[in-house]
Ligand binder design. Structure first.
Ligand code: AHG
Ligand code: MN
Ligand code: MN
Length: 338
């Protein structure tokens, strides 16, 4: 059987649905090529001198790993020259990065978490890259885009995707026409389609949350997890299993593959922060993928994709995955408020 490459898929989409412009096709090709470069560096590990930390911290006050910074540079460099972008934003950069004047500018905005799961780099556990594409507002034409132009709800995303660097390197993508998955053929250097329609079952027996934060959670989250832990002997009348990789990419990849619910809720360690994960380049792209695969994504109160961002690096509480479970958690939050 001959399988489809990423390029074939994109050309087909461009021809059939008009859902994809030549610019967006180029954008996806370039981002996916950058992910190949990152995948190659990740796979070298200590042999490539890519492990360990730097002296620096990012804007969120997190120590930067060598691979965080390297991956950020790979993505910036790859995406500067193509003429498809107006600007980029990243977890690792305080402000937006405008396309330099020596290159033509396009109408799209690219946001990324260059390396997700930093705590797993040095222990050889799956990590990834997350990306989101927005269209610059029409009002920005003829001038440089600003940070304000990025602050659009996730429902306006044109493309969302991630690469996961695990036992296999995979690229998972949505252009708003379902979710497709590609596996990197390392010998050929090409992305080959291996999942043509990823779907999340509505029910699940698997949950994913950092249980060490239990004592800090809000009441609705505790109630929900307590019920799961009670298993067959409790009100849910079934046993649940737990998986926590601590790379959002890898945890979400698992639930896109076989269902599940993933949560990173608000907790009282830092009560003024709405959550740990970042809205614009973690929660939004993952929420679009999950919804496109038939799942749901909320912050406990409302649909994540409806949130109007107020800052580039803003954080958000995240509940996503199998629809019936996400709806239950959201209901518990609403009931607690009533
Ligand atoms: P990043 O490496 O981009 O900072 O993101 C790490 C995130 C996410 O991938 C994961 O779900 C979560 O942090 C893990 O957090 P803790 O294990 O510290 O709770
Ligand atoms: Mn991350
Ligand atoms: Mn990161």
């Amino acid at each position: 059987m001959t399988r489809k490459t990423l390029t074939q898929y994109l050309v087909e989409q461009q021809r059939s649905s008009q859902a994809l412009s030549a610019e967006v096709r180029l954008l996806i090709e370039i981002v996916s090529r950058a992910c190949k470069t990152i995948s190659h560096a990740v796979s070298k590990g200590a042999l490539g001198g890519v492990l360990g930390s730097l002296e620096s911290e990012n804007v969120q006050g997190e120590v930067q790993k060598k691979l965080d910074v390297m991956s950020n540079e790979v993505l910036l460099e790859a995406n500067e020259w193509g003429g498809h972008l107006a600007a980029m934003a990243s977890e690792e950069m305080e402000t937006i990065h405008l396309i330099p004047n020596r290159y033509p500018k396009g109408e799209f905005l690219l946001l990324f978490d260059p390396l997700d799961g930093s705590s797993n780099i040095d222990v050889n556990v799956s990590i990834g890259t997350i990306f989101s594409v927005l269209r610059a507002p029409a009002s920005a034409s003829g001038r440089d885009v600003t940070e304000q132009d990025f602050l659009q709800p996730g429902s306006t995303q044109v493309v969302a995707g991630y690469a996961v660097y695990g036992p296999q390197t995979m690229l998972v993508l949505t252009i708003g026409q379902g979710v497709v998955g590609f596996t990197l053929d390392r010998e050929m250097g090409s992305w080959i389609m291996t999942s043509e329609n990823m779907r999340i079952p509505e029910d699940t027996k698997e949950f994913s949350i950092n249980m060490s934060n239990m004592r800090h959670w809000a009441a609705p989250v505790r109630k929900y997890i307590d019920e799961l832990l009670a298993g067959k002997s409790g009100t849910r009348d079934k046993d649940f299993n737990m998986r926590w990789i601590a790379s959002m990419v890898a945890d979400v990849h698992r639930l896109l593959t076989r269902g599940g619910i993933f949560m990173y809720p608000w907790d009282s360690r830092e009560p003024n922060k709405p959550g740990k994960l970042r809205l614009m380049y973690e929660a939004n792209p993952m929420s679009m993928l999950v919804e496109q695969a038939g799942g749901a994504a909320t912050n406990g109160e409302q649909r994540i994709l409806d949130i109007q961002p107020t800052a580039l690096h803003q954080r958000v509480s995240v509940v996503l995955g199998s629809k019936n479970e996400v709806e239950r958690v959201t209901r518990y939050h609403h009931e607690a408020k009533a």
